[in-house]
Write a protein that binds this ligand. Sequence first.
Ligand code: ADP
Length: 213
Amino acid sequence: MLFGPPGSGKGTQSKLLVRAFGIPQISTGDMLRDHVRKGNAVGTKVEAKMKAGILVKDDVVNRLVEERLQQCDCKRGFILDGYPRTQAQAEVLCRMLAARGVRQLVVHLVVDYNVIIARLSGRRQCPVCGTLYNATSRPPKVPGVCDLDGAKLVVREDDREEVVRERLDAYEKQTRPLIDYFREKGKLLYEIDASHDSPEAVFQKIEGLIRKQ
Ligand code: ADP
């Protein structure tokens, strides 16, 4: 379980973990964006909330995760990225994992507030393939253009400043309190400083924690 504020690098770390351990990344944000792109019933329901940077309803994401965990690529393990985000989600997840007898590890990526703002405001995305770039930490070869398909990069709708503020607010009020919840439940919880080190250095720390279990 990768836990941390928006911009803490959960998505980047998930991708590195997928490569190293051959287990899938389950990102509720990516799954929801996918439904919005398809314009289906779930997408229509969540689109306005996502654009505004507020959390979508617990039962919507819980159902998505529950269905996803039933797929056979999850049998050997999985990475949860951006889920759970509320206590109600954490309770449902606990039940799902207990029913499957899954061993759990929570990694909390701790990032300085100013670093988050700088990262999110410099973030650009390819509208075609979804690859993320960053003006400072991961610039494209040609400014403003995707390395992979040459498309013109855009600011993700919810990376606009006023929406970033909402997302951070949602994190502080609804998600951060889960750390105490995990602690009380006696979950294995590790904190990693993800403000200063490179993504590779952060990854090595996480990989070490997982291999130690
Ligand atoms: P970030 O972590 O950078 O804010 P995500 O891609 O994880 O970005 O999430 C984008 C948006 O999708 C959130 O602002 C929220 O509206 C919705 N979302 C994603 N995961 C959840 C979740 N577990 N519960 C409720 N809403 C979610």
